[in-house]
Design a protein around this ligand. Sequence first.
Ligand code: FAD
Length: 463
Amino acid sequence: MTPSLFPEFQALLGPDRAFCDAETLAHYASDETPRSCMPEAVLFPTCQHHVVEIVRLANLHRISLTARGAGSGNVGGAMPVPGSVVVSFECMQQIVEFDVANRLMVVEPGVVTDEIDRLARTRGLMYAPDPGSGAYCRIGGNLAMNAAGPRAVKYGATRDHVLGLTAVTGDARVIHSGGRTTKYATAYDLTRLLVGSEGTLAYITQATLKLLPAPETVATLRVCYASNQSACEAVSRVMSQPVTPCALEFMDHRSLLALRDHGGEAFAAAALPPGTKAVLMVEADGNFEDVPRQIAALEKALAGPDLLEIQSGFTREAIVRLWTARRSLSHAVKRIAPLKINEDVVVPVGRLAQLVSAIEALAETHQLPIVAFGHAGNGNLHVNIMVDHGRSEEIARARTCRAALIHAVIGLGGSLSGEHGIGSEKRHFVPLEVDAPTLDLMHGLKRLFDPQGVLNPGKKLPD
Ligand SMILES: Cc1cc2nc3c(=O)[nH]c(=O)nc-3n(C[C@H](O)[C@H](O)[C@H](O)COP(=O)(O)OP(=O)(O)OC[C@H]3O[C@@H](n4cnc5c(N)ncnc54)[C@H](O)[C@@H]3O)c2cc1C
C-alpha cells in the first residue's frame, strides 16, 4: 500500500475506523482456517458510501480488498491475501426495516444472524436459516457463503430466503437486485448469483430477507443405531416419505467418541444405550395438532434394522442440551488431533449410505481417524480428517485421503461444498466438478463485475 493511501482511508472513515497497528492486523489475519496472512490495513465502513469510496480508492491505487463478517468461515474466505486491505462489515449492523405485513426484514451486512430470527419471533415470524455459528456470524458472511443449518432440510439455505440485495461492484457501481415481493420475474436473477459468490463479484451493503410464520411448536427425537449404515438407511427411508422433518442430523461413531471424550456434561447427560454407533437427531415443527402426526410418521420411517432406541418427549432444557452437544462437535473434534482437514461435502441424499461407506473405507486405507457428522437430510456431511501436523508423512497421507474423498463425492453425483463454500482452501478442486466452458463463463462474470480484480482475489475461482 502506498504511504499516502492509509491517510486517505482515515480521512474517509475517521481515525477510529481505519487501523494499521500490529495488534489489529494480527487479529484480522485469519478466519477459522488454520492459516493466516497479515493485511496491510483494516477498515470499518459504517455506510454504503464508505464502501463505494473504499472500492474506488482500491481501483485507483490497485490494491486488493478482503471482505469480512465475523471471520467464522472455515475455508479462508475472509483470510487476507498478501498486500490486501480487510473491509470488515462489523460496524454496518442496522436493522433498517422490519415489515411484518409483508413478512420481510431489511438489514445491513453486519447484523448477527441469530438477532434477525430473534426479532422476527417477537411478531410470530422466523428467519429460517440457522447456521451453527448463528450466535456470532454476520448475515453478510451468510449471504456470501450461502450458509445453511439443520433447518435447511425443510426450509432451504440462505439463498432461498433473500428477496433483494444492494451491493457495490468491483468498479464501485451500486447495484440493486430483486425487490420486496415474493414473486419477481423482471430482471436477471442477480440475487441468486450474488448469494454464494463469496465477495468476489460485489460487496453486499443491504439485504431484504424473507421471513416465514414461526411454527407453534417443535418436537425432537433422538434415535440410536448399532451402525453408521443402519442410520444412513433410516435417513433414506425418512426422505422418501411425505413428512419432511425440520432437522435430520447424523453423528457417526467417531463423532460420538469425540463427544464422549471432549463433549463435557451435555454429552454425559445424554446417556446413550450400550452398543450405539450412530445417532440421528430428528425434529418436526408445525402447529400443536399436526406435530404428533408428523412425529408418528417419522418414527415409523426411522424404525428398521439395528435400531436401538427412539427417545421422544424431551423437555425444552433437554432439547437445548442435545443441540449443545451436537453444536460442540466442531470444537470437540479439534481435540482429537492438532489439525483437522475439514471437508463439507454433499451428495444426493439417497447416496448418503454410499458416502459413509466410502469414508469408512478411506479411514481404513489411509489409517487416519475420520469424523463425519452433519446435515444428513440434505446429504451434507462435515468430514474431518484428523492429522498431527508435526508429522509430515501423516499430512501427505491425509492429503491423498482428501483427494480420494473428493473424487468419491463427485463420483456419487455430489459436490465439494454444501454450505461452507470454497474460499482459498478448496478452489484448486473446483475444476474436478465444474467443466471448462462453465468455468470460463464464471471468469467472464468476474471480469464484468470486477474488471481490475480488487474484490476478494484468490477466492472461489481457480486461477
Ligand atoms: C463452530 C462453527 C459452526 C459453523 N456452522 C455452520 C453451519 O451450520 N452452516 C454454515 O453454513 N456454516 C457454518 N460455519 C461456517 C461460517 O460460520 C459460515 O460460513 C458463515 O456464513 C460465515 O459468516 P461470517 O460472518 O463469519 O463471515 P466471514 O467468515 O467473515 O466471511 C465469509 C465470506 O463472506 C465474505 N463476506 C463477508 N461479508 C461480506 C459482504 N458484506 N459482502 C460480500 N462478501 C462478504 C468474506 O469475504 C468471506 O468470503 C460454522 C463455523 C464455525 C466456526
